[in-house]
Design a binder for this molecule. Structure first.
Ligand code: ADP
Length: 391
């Protein structure tokens, strides 16, 4: 019987799962699926590794995470009777100052993670509840939490600070950084392409977008800060904005805390700037000057941080583009690479059009790469490693 790892992502209205099975000492995707609209009309669908549909189900009334996961586990146990699930790996957004890497979760850890909920009230509570739900169903199944923040705990203390009094910093107001699982994956994958790259900038450019400076395999700076708003503009998130402007909007009572949150997370970024779409594909296909300006602002901010991070790294060996936009939007990459020509970066136009992997020329002093990210397999690998360590 092959060993299997379940990778779980619990949201406030959806549960996503992926089953990885161990074959020839490597983990490979076997199935993935989702329960959507848990709070209204829940629907389950699962597909195999090639995308062929395996199963579907619908409920007439809302369900909770435990009911959803019982269904998922029953499906997996029946459809993959030759796989023995040895661990569950959960994606969690916040690991606080305690977790500098993935960790096995017990009751004491869950209490600590609950305590971080106020920092990330949208994501952390359903993610912690997902771990609890699996514990109720399978109390003895080892469970591992993989945190978006932990990859950045290697950042020098100075990079984690905000210049506010200690009493405020002690409330958790610090530069946490996110997308850590994606950076971890790229950091472990890049040496296969570019073994000598020590000073690296990675752009995780998806509907959420951030950048990370990695020196000798460790994060030293990242654009997302206390929350997932800071740094680059995103599909619908603003990116960096002067806190004084937010105080102004509150003072004038144009917004309150709820509507301001909605503005900054849902109505800003590429969507807010263009007033056309949050999707880069739509913007690139549009002739509207607002669409062009939104993309130009996105590229401008990437170039801005690339310059800053090159200074922090003391030079640059490689830049990596990943996630939906980074992996697919050749013109966005071209815009960034061309504006970094002063660094000795030279674009290979043909390779860039084909999405890489290497998109810089042989003469380029800095290498530019397109490497698809894979957060799920990273979670599966960490989970198996910790399960094996525990035994
Ligand atoms: P998520 O954060 O939701 O996982 P992704 O990493 O999948 O996001 O990125 C989604 C975004 O990638 C889309 O909103 C779109 O802007 C962009 N994208 C996807 N495919 C393409 C493409 N072929 N060309 C340009 N942009 C693309």
């Amino acid at each position: 019987m092959d060993r299997g790892i379940l990778v779980l992502n619990s949201g406030s209205s959806s549960l996503k799962f992926a089953l990885y099975r161990e074959a020839k000492e490597a983990l490979a995707l076997a199935a993935q699926g989702e329960i959507e609209a848990m709070m209204t009309q829940p629907r389950f669908a699962a597909h195999d590794e090639k995308g062929a549909e395996l199963a579907k189900h619908a409920w007439k009334a809302p369900i909770d995470a435990e009911t959803g996961f019982r269904f998922v586990l029953a499906f997996v146990e029946k459809a993959y009777a030759d796989v023995r699930i040895v661990g569950a790996g959960h994606r969690l957004v916040q690991g606080g100052t305690r977790y500098h890497g993935p960790a096995l979760v017990d009751d004491e850890a869950l209490t600590y993670l609950d305590g971080l909920s106020l920092l990330e009230p949208q994501h952390q509570p359903p993610e912690v509840e997902g771990v609890r739900a699996i514990r109720r169903i399978h109390p003895d199944l080892p469970q591992v939490a993989v945190f978006d923040t932990s990859f950045h705990r290697t950042m020098p203390e100075i990079a984690q600070l905000y210049a506010v009094p200690k009493s405020v910093r002690d409330e958790g107001v610090r530069h946490w950084g996110y997308h850590g699982t994606s950076y971890d994956y790229i950091n472990r994958t890049l040496p296969k392409y570019d073994p000598s790259a020590r000073r690296v900038i990675v752009g995780h450019l998806g509907s959420g977008a951030s950048m990370c400076a990695i020196l000798d395999g460790k994060s030293i700076a990242t654009t997302m800060g206390f929350s997932g708003i800071e740094g680059l503009p995103m599909g619908t998130r603003s990116g960096a904005i002067d806190a004084g402007a937010l105080l102004y909007l509150l003072r004038r009572k144009l917004y309150d805390d709820k509507s301001l949150q909605h503005l900054l997370y849902e109505e800003s970024g590429l969507k807010g700037l263009s007033e056309i779409s949050n999707d880069v594909r739509t913007l690139l296909a549009s002739d509207a000057p607002e669409a062009k300006q939104a993309i130009d602002y996105f590229v401008y901010q990437i170039v801005f941080f690339a310059g800053a991070y090159t200074a922090l790294l003391g030079g640059l060996d490689a830049i990596v583009f990943t996630a939906g936009i980074g992996e697919n939007a050749a013109s966005v990459r071209a815009g960034v690479v061309k504006q970094l020509a002063w660094l000795g970066l030279e674009l290979d136009e043909a390779a860039n059009k084909k999405n890489g992997p290497l998109i810089s020329t042989g003469a380029s002093r800095v290498r530019a790469w397109v490497i698809p990210t894979n957060e799920e397999i990273m979670i599966a690998r960490h989970t198996l490693t910790l399960v094996d360590k525990k035994r």
